[in-house]
Design a protein around this ligand. Sequence first.
Ligand code: CTP
Length: 407
Amino acid sequence: MSSSIQSKKILIGVTGGIAAYKVAILIRLLIKQGAEVKVIMTTSALDFITPLTLSTLSKNPVLVDFFDRKSGEWNNHVELGLWADLFLIAPLSANTLAKLAQGQSDNLLVATYLSARCTVMVAPAMDLDMYKHPSVQQNFDTILRHGVTILEAGTGELASGLHGQGRMMEPEEMIDKVSISFRSQMDLKGKVFLITAGPTQEAIDPVRYISNHSSGKMGIAIAHEAAERGAKVHLALGPTNLKIVHPNIDVIPVVSAQDMYEAAKAIHPTACCVVFAAAVADYGPAEVSSQKVKKSGESLTLTLKKNVDIALTLGRSKQEGQIHVGFALETENEQENAIQKLGKKNFDFIVLNSLQDKGAGFKTDTNKVTYFFKDHTSLVSEVLPKREIAKQVVDLIKTHLDKQEQI
Ligand code: CTP
C-alpha cells in the first residue's frame, strides 16, 4: 500500500532548540516515504544543526534569509507557502510561537507561515515551566484558532535536566501524525456541523446583564477540529473576546439565549451533527428595563423567567441520522444528572464536565470529561488540553456518522 506521504510536498521549518537534531531523522523518514522536502531555518536554529546536514538529507538547498547572498536570488516566501502541501515547524520555540500568534514576519520562516495556505503543524519543544506558562498556552490557543495543528510535546527528561512536559514529539510519531493528517484531513468533507458555544448574556437594562463564566474555548476547539477535517461549521457563539478565523467556520455572533436559539433553529435542518457546547443562561429577566435601573432601597428584586432550552427544543425535531451531542457541567450527582439529560434532550452522547476534577471546568485550558452514550456505555478521558478533548469529541461524532451511513 502506498504511503499517504508519497509525492507530498512538505516544508519543514526549524527554529532554535536542542531538539533540532531530531529533524535530521524526521527528514530522512519523510524522504524514505517518497515526500519532497524543503527546509527553512531561523538563524538561531543554525546554532543547533548545520544547513549542510539538512540540505543533504532533503536534497534541496536550505533557506534561511529572504535574500540568498550566494546566488543573489530572492527566496520568495509566498511561493514557498503555496508550494507546500504541509508546513511542519519542528522544533517550535516559544519565541517563534509568539511570532506566529502575533503575525510577525521578521524572518523567512514566519513570513512563509503567514503566506501558507496548506495545513500547518507545529511540534513544540520547551522547558516545562515555559510550556505551562499562561502566555505560551494563550499563544497555542491563538494559533489553534487560526487552524494550526499542535503536535503536543511529550513528558520526559528535558535539556535543562528537569523532568516534565516539553520534549518534542519523536520523529516516528510525527510521521504517523502527518500520515494520518493526509489520510483523514478531509474525513468530514461535505458534512455540515452546527455548534453552540460560549455564554449567553441576558439583559437587565442597557448596561447590565446576567451571564456565566463560560469562555467558549471548548466549543471553539470542537469547531476548529471539525473545520480542519473538512466540515462546514456554523458556530452560534455567545459573547467572547476570542477571535476565530477559519475558512470553514461561519461565526454567528449572538448575545441572548433567544438569539442563539433563532440562529441554531435556522441552521438545524441542514446540519448532520449538532454540538450543544454553549452555557446557555437558563433564566433571564422577565422584563428588560429600557433605562438604567437606578439605585434605591436596601435590596432589589429581579423577576426571572425561563429561557428557551435550545437542545431540548431542537432535540424534539431531530431528524433521522442527525447526531446531537450535549454537554453537562455538574457539581453533584454528576452521573445521574448527565444520564438524565442524555435521555431528556435526545442526545446521542453527552460530555460530562465535573467541576470537582482538578484541571477541568470553565477557565482552565485543560479538561477531564466522561462520555455517556445512548447504549448505556461510558468512557472517561484523562486530563487533557481542551483541543485534545475536542479531537476525541469529533472522533466520536465521526464514528456515529459512519454507523448511520452503514444503516
Ligand atoms: N442547553 C441548551 N439550552 C438551554 C440550557 C442548556 O441548549 N437553555 C444545553 C447545553 O448547551 C448543554 C445541555 O443543554 O449541552 C445541558 O446543559 P446544562 O446547563 O448542564 O443543563 P440544564 O438543562 O440547563 O440543567 P441544569 O442547569 O438544571 O443542570
